[in-house]
Design a protein. Structure first.
Ligand code: BGC
Length: 737
């Protein structure tokens, strides 16, 4: 304590002097007062730091923290995963959990579910509540959200991302980030960029056109930076055009820092830095995770060997790297602190509050997607004499354990079975697993322990006795399923589920499926189930949310944030063979170019099994009187698309009005249509509302590779208004002059 005072005193005096800038200077500055104060403070702190102290700010001191400057009272930075909950404490020097007993949290639903809500307000609530937990847990940086575009259903990490459409991902990520950061906790949007598969992620070199880069893979990052004002961004493991993305001349230096004006920190993914010169010169600010053991191999602290530690210091001392390069990084890491742990009026945060649980439940229920509902299978009425057989391992399996860095230690996790039992009090609810899989562990596949034939036989037996069978299956968080570190290896359901569903349907045709995945799966069994719900990974309140929808307490309103192809080859990334996915000789070419997801299905006329934007409700909606405010627009105009939405059924519910735009006579190849606007409308039964969706004409631009810039083509455009990418109520023609 004693030692800290002189430093603090000096810091205080310098800050005071720095705040005495003339009024005139302040008036000239285009930045706000808060920003101005921050910049002035940064300028006043920088000269106080030694070269060594400055270098120390640019790399890890432990698995999830960086050093402060103790003599000046500058705090350490503490980070934590991840996108849908604050991860349990990890040890100082290894990936082992630290074994704390006060780090249990609320598990929020995975980001596929959040995207499926198509509700940006909810994304704001999600971010804010999650940020409160991060703050309470004393974190300065939350390592999320993830916005890598869903390119292939094999990607083990799709569940951590916001789907296949850049506009949807951009729209949802902005309020999420703003929500987190209201707590004085930085969001760290990840993984920048083109980390669209886990297979070979450390080495794979991605080759993709400028158009696809700018139109598909970068927009959500750009929105995160420019509209969400994300204070941090994480580099990715993979290469792009031969260079590692974490310190990339084009991606980090030019696009992110110069073109987008990003003033936050670039943090490496854990062990994604590969060179001192590139890290220094190509925009990496904080290096994390290089190697694992702090003191594992030598007596000297391992963190001093990081690319941005001693090797960096040496090059600075020899003049090979200029101090200006270091100062730019240090300014950014100081800015990060002044926005977070050196901010005066920082909120205190909170943990596991009823509000947090309620938001988790709300996102979960709004994100669940009803895909099939033959004979009004759902909702199921709770009544005496009804026997419901809940079959399937996912009815009881934890989906917060496993999956990689997004693994959570929730205070509680209501399983689907618990949720159904809690809601269905009059009916008799019986359960058996039907199949069993091994425990979820990173990078390891554990075989099952139980006899699968007996489990199956038991399932068939109880299915026969039930009035309704709810099969709760899908994927899980194990290696080679929905998990970080590698990709799925089959498009169909694993663990013998297809055969099991087939047999169940033969003994009980009243069969519904609650599918837990973060990815599309093949559905050869679709004709054998009457009802189908995609329920993602829903976190702490999973079971309650599922029961809300199954019982009809909540009317489903989720929409698919990615397409479900009928077969794997119908997915654009897989249509071109191995060159495109997973790559050959560690290089892959995104051959489908801009035609990702529904853009591919639409343009190539390949009918999906379930289309992007699709989702049923227990009520019916009608869109009519669809019009645009004008027929002709100039390049600076806003296009206003108006539609009446009516709830024509018997229940309150919500519909997502989706506006897509296409250009048939374009001078470049375009997708048939692209999502450009949407809004979620809540309607009582019989209610009718008029909604207007505004689209700036500039959003119709394509990226012109010859000019290396966006271009708005003049001429006619088609505007498609509907409630799914394959369900369009009206097509309008507009013209841009
Ligand atoms: C993941 C990141 C994560 C980091 C820290 C990496 O393996 O790719 O998403 O934030 O680990 O756990």
């Amino acid at each position: 304590m004693k030692k800290k005072f002189p430093g603090l005193l000096i810091l205080g005096i310098v800050l005071l002097l720095a705040s005495c800038t003339s009024k005139k200077e302040k008036e000239k500055s285009p930045i706000t007062k808060a920003n101005h104060d921050i910049e002035a403070k940064i300028d006043s702190i920088l000269p106080l730091l030694t070269l060594e102290e400055k270098v120390d700010l640019c790399h890890a001191q432990s698995k999830f923290s960086t050093k402060g400057v103790a003599r000046l009272g500058i705090p350490e930075i503490w980070m934590s995963d991840g996108p849908h909950g604050v991860r349990a404490e990890i040890s100082w020097d290894s990936w082992d959990y630290a074994g704390w007993t006060n780090d249990s949290i609320t598990a929020f639903p995975a980001l596929t579910c959040l995207a499926a809500t198509f509700n940006p307000d909810l994304a704001g609530e999600f971010g804010f509540n999650l940020g409160e937990e991060a703050r309470y847990r004393k974190k300065d940086v939350l390592l999320g959200p993830g916005v890598n575009i869903y390119r292939t259903p094999f990607n083990g990490r799709n569940f951590e991302y916001l789907g296949e459409d850049p506009f949807l991902a951009s729209t949802m990520v902005v309020p999420y980030i703003q929500g987190v950061q209201k707590n004085g906790v930085a969001a760290c949007v990840k993984h920048f960029a083109l980390n669209n598969q886990e297979h070979w992620r450390d080495v794979v070199n991605v080759e993709v056109s400028d158009r696809a880069l700018y139109e598909i893979y970068l927009p959500a990052f750009k929105a995160a930076v420019q509209e969400g004002n994300s204070w941090a961004i994480m580099g990715a493991y993979n290469k792009f055009r031969g260079q590692y993305t974490t310190h990339h001349e084009l991606l980090t230096n030019k696009i992110l820092k110069r073109d987008w004006g990003f003033d936050g920190v670039v943090i490496s993914d854990w062990s994604s830095a590969h060179s001192t010169l590139e890290a220094a010169n190509n925009g990496l600010d904080i290096e994390m995770g290089t190697g694992t053991d702090g003191l594992g191999t030598t007596t000297e602290n391992h963190y001093q060997h990081y690319y941005l530690a001693n090797p960096f210091l040496e090059k600075l001392k020899s003049g090979e790297i200029s101090e200006a390069v270091l100062n730019d990084k240090v300014k950014r890491v100081l800015r990060l602190r002044l926005r977070t742990n050196m901010k005066d009026d920082r909120p205190l945060g909170s943990l596991n509050t009823p509000e947090h649980h309620e938001v988790a439940r709300k996102v979960a229920t709004e994100g669940i997607v009803l895909l099939k509902n033959e004979d009004n299978f759902f909702p199921i009425e709770d009544k005496k004499g009804l026997t419901i057989a809940v079959i399937g391992e996912n009815a009881t399996r934890s989906m917060t354990a496993g999956g990689g860095s997004s693994e959570l230690k929730p205070q509680f996790e209501i399983s689907p079975l618990e949720g159904i039992k809690a809601r269905f009090k009059k009916a008799k609810v019986i359960h058996t697993m039907g199949y069993e899989t091994g425990i979820s562990e990173y990078d390891v596949v554990h075989p099952p322990k139980l006899n699968q034939d007996s489990l199956k036989a038991e399932a068939i037996k109880i299915a026969k006795t039930a009035d309704v069978v709810l099969f709760v299956g899908g994927l899980n968080k194990s290696h080679l399923q929905d998990s970080e570190g590698d990709d799925r290896q089959q498009y169909g359901l694993p663990f013998g589920q297809e055969a099991l569903i087939n047999e169940l349907s033969h003994v009980n045709e009243n069969l519904g499926f609650i599918l837990l995945t973060g990815n599309a799966v093949a559905m050869p069994w679709l004709g054998q189930v009457k009802g189908l719900i995609e329920s993602w990974y829903l976190g702490s309140m999973a079971g309650h949310a599922i029961a809300d929808v199954v019982s009809g307490d909540v009317n489903p309103s989720g929409k698919l944030p990615f397409s479900f192809p009928k077969q794997l080859e119908d997915n654009a990334a897989h249509a071109f063979g191995e060159t495109s996915y997973p790559g050959v000789d560690m290089t892959q070419h995104y051959k489908e170019d801009i035609l990702v997801g529904y853009r591919w299905h639409d343009t190539k006329n390949i009918e999906p099994l379930y289309a992007f934007g699709f989702g049923l409700s227990y009520t019916n909606f009608k869109l009519d009187n669809i019009s645009s405010d004008k027929e002709n627009y100039t390049q600076n105009d806003q296009i206003k698309i108006k539609t009446a939405v009516s709830n024509t059924g018997d229940l309150a519910g919500a519909e997502v009005v989706q506006v897509y735009v296409g250009k048939k006579d374009s001078k470049v190849d375009r997708a048939l249509k692209e999502l450009k606007g949407f809004t979620k409308v809540f309607l009582d039964k019989g209610e009718n509302k008029s909604v207007t969706i505004e689209i700036p004409v500039e959003k119709l631009a394509f990226y012109n590779e010859e000019q290396s810039d966006w271009e708005i083509e003049t001429g006619d455009y088609q505007v498609y208004v509907g409630n799914a990418s394959n369900h369009i109520s009206e097509t309008l023609k507009i013209t841009v002059k």
